[in-house]
Design a binder for this molecule. Structure first.
Ligand code: AMP
Ligand code: ZN
Length: 483
């Protein structure tokens, strides 16, 4: 089945054609580790995870590389402002390396909590200073750099394609920028290497052919993507705020140094707003995954919430919306745990068009089985909300055996990553503690005596102990509550 992805560069949804048959090379811009990643940041990483999983589902051998920016880059995307890492050091009284390590570990923990598949590698900027210097040297040799009193800069006027990604002409960008260019030749020029001689004591500085200093932010991604994937590679991802500056500059660097387009497909995820507005310190609405957990939610409910929107649409986060996602997830887990455990091998999707799920034609009139419906949803530029709709449609279909549903949904979960495998068929392994069994037996007597209020009271008491009781034709059915 064809996989179609939106390419910011062409502004179109295009057929994905890998550079090497059967392989997909992906670079996702990762976190800056001077603070906890917030739920907005995690949306960008959930998006890259869905892409990774969809590529795998389609049979591609995926190489996903995600950088960790552990060298302080400057506030906002421009070259002005204070170094974020320095701010963190002052705030926490720790060394730059300690800060980077602490927040990198917190980030990896969040990835695990959200069931995000690990990338092949998480290269750190500070481990690749040599590669970054080498690239700046290539740029210098090719005539794209100049020096000011504070660093080595990329001259964007030397590259006719500059602005290709955001579709802005250089003159427009410069007019829009309205910044004091200082010693820069053009407003859009950016630092490749900054000199440390600015009176600030720093830990993260290195010698270079141009003097002691540290790399500009953008160069790490050009240098590390080249090292681990080679250029050009297939897909580059990030949040939409990366389009205008960071990715534009990555493209410029790779073109300037290596003469090629860095990646064929550029994909960007939209932002999350909170209560309809921007997340900001002053509003106190910068939530992390830990906040989500502290408020009693399963982090996978946040994953479900993100999947219920399209990655190219803004989504608005509210705690009520997260309640909705948590309820849907809990319901889903509750349903699948009643299904039989699958003992037969799963009909694994090995290659395109090999879905073997036996399903009746889709009732929605589009035709095809649920497996195909699901596959075509995710292959339509990662339409996860449609994919979830197909999942619920399948669940509600009384003509399909539970065992078959279980097998199919396990396949779907390779993309959705809701961790349903842990839940399917689990009800039969529930152990009912003696304390609960006593209440259940009492309830049976109450029901025989038609004492409904006592029966209800006992049900509540059982519920408080974490078990639900349902009255069926075969008597009471007791199960542990799904959380
Ligand atoms: P940073 O660690 O600041 O480099 O950000 C990591 C990722 O989070 C980037 O891809 C950003 O585009 C993305 N991002 C930042 N804020 C938001 C937001 N409010 N909603 C969604 N993504 C965001
Ligand atoms: Zn990057």
């Amino acid at each position: 089945m064809e996989l179609r992805l939106h390419n910011t560069l062409s502004r179109k949804v295009e057929l994905f054609v890998p550079i090497q048959t059967g392989k997909a090379s992906v670079y996702s811009c990762g976190p800056t580790v001077y603070w906890f990643a917030h739920i907005g940041n995690m949306r960008a990483f959930l998006f890259s995870d869905v892409l990774n999983r969809v590529l795998k589902y389609n049979g591609f051998n995926v190489s996903l590389i995600m950088n960790v920016t552990d060298v302080g880059h400057l506030v906002a995307d421009s070259d002005d402002g204070e170094d974020k890492m320095l701010l963190a050091m002052r705030r926490e009284g720790k060394s730059a390396y300690e800060i980077a390590e602490f927040y990198a570990q917190a980030f990896f923990a969040d990835l695990t909590r959200l069931n995000i598949l690990p990338a092949k590698k998480y290269p750190r900027a500070t481990d690749h200073i040599t590669e970054q210097i080498a690239m700046v040297e290539d740029l210098k040799r090719n005539g794209f750099t100049y020096q000011t009193s504070d660093g080595i800069y990329f001259d964007t006027s030397k590259l006719s394609e500059y602005g290709q990604l955001s579709g802005q002409k250089l003159e427009d960008k410069m007019a829009g920028a309205r910044v004091d260019v200082g010693e820069k030749r053009n407003g859009t020029d950016f630092a490749l290497w900054k000199f440390a001689a600015d009176g600030v004591t720093r830990e993260m500085i290195w010698p270079s052919p141009w003097g002691v200093g540290f790399p500009g932010w953008h160069i790490e991604c050009s240098a590390m993507s080249k090292k681990y994937l080679g250029v050009p590679f297939d897909i580059h991802t990030g949040g939409i705020d990366h389009i205008a500056i960071h990715h534009e500059n990555e493209i410029a660097q790779t073109r300037g140094a290596d003469g090629v387009l860095q990646a064929n497909v550029w994909m960007h995820s939209e932002f999350i707003t909170v209560d309809g507005g921007k997340m900001s310190k002053s509003l106190g609405n910068i939530f992390t995954i830990q906040d989500v957990i502290d408020r009693g939610y399963d982090p996978i409910a946040y994953r479900y919430f993100v999947l219920s929107g399209h990655y190219r649409s803004k989504i608005n986060f509210t705690w009520e919306a997260l309640d909705g996602a948590q309820n849907a997830l809990t319901r889903l887990r509750g349903i699948v745990r009643d299904w039989p455990t699958i003992t037969t091998p799963l009909p694994l999707l090995k290659k395109e068009g090999s879905i073997k799920f036996v399903s009746p034609p889709f009732q929605g009139g589009v035709g095809g089985g649920y497996g195909e419906q699901f596959h075509s949803a995710i292959n339509d530029d990662l339409n996860t909300s449609q994919a979830l709709a197909v999942l619920w449609e399948l669940i509600g279909d009384r003509t399909i055996l539970d065992e078959e549903k279980a097998a199919t949904i396990l396949e779907f979960d390779r993309v959705l990553g809701l961790g349903l495998k842990e839940y399917i068929g689990r009800a039969q392994f529930d152990e009912i503690p003696a304390q609960v069994q006593v209440l259940v037996d009492q309830r049976q007597s109450a029901r025989t005596a038609k004492d409904w209020s006592e029966s209800d009271r006992l049900r509540d008491e059982i519920l408080e102990l974490g078990f639900t009781v349902e009255d069926t034709a075969d008597g009471q059915k007791v199960r542990s509550r799904v959380v």
